[in-house]
Design a protein around this ligand. Sequence first.
Ligand SMILES: Nc1ncnc2c1ncn2[C@@H]1O[C@H](COP(=O)(O)OP(=O)(O)OP(=O)(O)O)[C@@H](O)[C@H]1O
Ligand SMILES: Nc1ncnc2c1ncn2[C@@H]1O[C@H](COP(=O)(O)OP(=O)(O)OP(=O)(O)O)[C@@H](O)[C@H]1O
Ligand SMILES: [Mg+2]
Ligand SMILES: [Mg+2]
Lengths: 165, 165, 154, 154
Amino acid sequence: MYLERLTIQGFKSFAERLELVFEPGISAIVGPNGSGKSNIVDAIRWALGEQSLHALRGERLEDIIFSGSDHRRAHGLAEVTLTFANADGGLPVPYSEVVITRRAYRSGSSEFLLNGVPCRLRDIQELFWDTGLGREGYSFIGQGRVEEVLNLKPEERRVFLEQAA
Amino acid sequence: MYLERLTIQGFKSFAERLELVFEPGISAIVGPNGSGKSNIVDAIRWALGEQSLHALRGERLEDIIFSGSDHRRAHGLAEVTLTFANADGGLPVPYSEVVITRRAYRSGSSEFLLNGVPCRLRDIQELFWDTGLGREGYSFIGQGRVEEVLNLKPEERRVFLEQAA
Amino acid sequence: VLNRLEDTYAKLRANFQEVFKRLFGGGQADLVLTGTKDLLTAGVDIWAQLPGKKMQPLSLLSGGERALTAIAFLFALLRSKSTYLCVLDEIDAALDEANAARFLNYLEELAQDTQFIMITHRKQAMLRARSLYGLAMGASGASRLVSIRLEEAV
Amino acid sequence: VLNRLEDTYAKLRANFQEVFKRLFGGGQADLVLTGTKDLLTAGVDIWAQLPGKKMQPLSLLSGGERALTAIAFLFALLRSKSTYLCVLDEIDAALDEANAARFLNYLEELAQDTQFIMITHRKQAMLRARSLYGLAMGASGASRLVSIRLEEAV
Ligand SMILES: Nc1ncnc2c1ncn2[C@@H]1O[C@H](COP(=O)(O)OP(=O)(O)OP(=O)(O)O)[C@@H](O)[C@H]1O
Ligand SMILES: Nc1ncnc2c1ncn2[C@@H]1O[C@H](COP(=O)(O)OP(=O)(O)OP(=O)(O)O)[C@@H](O)[C@H]1O
Ligand SMILES: [Mg+2]
Ligand SMILES: [Mg+2]
């Protein structure tokens, strides 16, 4: 199971639709300060069901929708789509390709889609529970945060041991 | 008033005596991970009277004395000397050159010298009170800590305003 | 449950000892249980001794050495129980070129079992990617893709 | 005392607005008093708006943009009341080459009144130093000075 495609539009700095195609192994994203690299990480986490705006470096829901610039109007909708190759059945659904879409409207409403079928946030979160991509895992190391594990209390570090079990 | 010379021996990773000569303006220190660059910053702070081992990344007094390696024995003494050019009277003493020496022995005892004359830690700390090099100032920005000022509570940030007054 | 935790701890500890040696080119490290001896409530402490040096508190390690020790712990977790996808945002920032090379060599081995998406500024990291994307902030205030020339990058 | 604080606040605020524009090549920023209007107890908040963009919470800024904003605050303090010596440990780590160049240009201006000792890995920073020292960890476990070839560095 791996992430094949990432499509972002209206999420944070992505006023224009961005589509990235990935393969197994190592993919790298580069660019100057403020170009949107960490925003891509936020987009993946958000589409997987991240609910804490703080974890996405925001304060209010509107912070994750393109807020406009001198040359562009603000958007009313943020949408992120993750397409997973699932030939090995890593995701517990009978599809060889799994497409997750999350939308947030400036009005405050949300939509979630699983292979085009509307679903609840919870359905998406549960889908990824056993993959290590859930909230508590070690699948996301944020910018400036790699040293954090050294500063945890020993009991907090024990949580990783439990996840690896 | 500027730092002319820095002499370090026995402090942290400086088993061999190190002497650096500086000029006004910008000086740069470079080198690989673990070569001792941040240790030089610690040495300057310590010689100016820093008392918090935590601020020097240590836990016990022995942490700042060379602890030995596979090829060298541990040292019994850490010594740092700062030589300041004082032609402008930036330091409130009638010398055109001011030499500060701080020593710490593994036994726990300490020595402080001001132009070769034994003095107390307090004498050194007071000498630098009006120079901005005291504990509360903005003269030292530690590794990985430049962003800290953005995370302070507004009341904590106000302290800088008071210091700039 | 306790047996499984004990097996996991043994495996994680062995992996951490091995990864640390690979990343630092020597030295030794350990994961030590603290507090009670009861695995269900004990804490996990990290001990690290750099090549040729004495055991020291982690706080005395340099910025790059601390980052590499934390990476060793992460890699040990991935060796113990891999995850399908791992997203790394500039975790090599504090490493010098020599440490970064060892980090990337080990990452390539892990990449046989895990998909990595890595944000980096480092040329040697870009050279090891199967897919490489460049971003820029457009003059109109929106992110856009750009093509990358590797000789200019870095 | 209150008058002096008011003057300092006015000066610091003006300096911050100016330094921010220089470091970011545009945009605008402000230091805003919070809580009570009484300067003796009020807090100081930082507002930043990047060139071409809307005002946003500081948390939304990128790693490099946050570092540069913090540097602008530090430089504003130095402009308001300089210190004889300022020691900077890798504060340019998160900056890309363009931001680093603006940072170094401004640092050179401040260096007329303040001595800076800067730890860096960046070649363009080394090129602007009057004194340049290289360190290495010797095989015997002790730090030592080494000579530096600038073409090899970075
Ligand atoms: N809702 C939004 N609307 C418009 N722009 C936004 C929004 N949220 C964030 N941004 C912009 O995105 C930029 C931050 O992007 P990001 O954190 O991805 O940068 P980066 O490429 O990781 O940079 P660095 O190398 O400095 O870490 C900021 O300039 C911020 O203003
Ligand atoms: N008392 C001591 N005795 C011997 N070695 C010590 C002592 N205290 C610290 N060290 C060593 O000094 C090294 C750290 O040095 P320092 O923090 O100055 O590195 P650095 O050059 O800043 O590296 P980086 O680029 O990674 O930040 C560590 O390897 C540590 O083991
Ligand atoms: Mg970033
Ligand atoms: Mg350092």
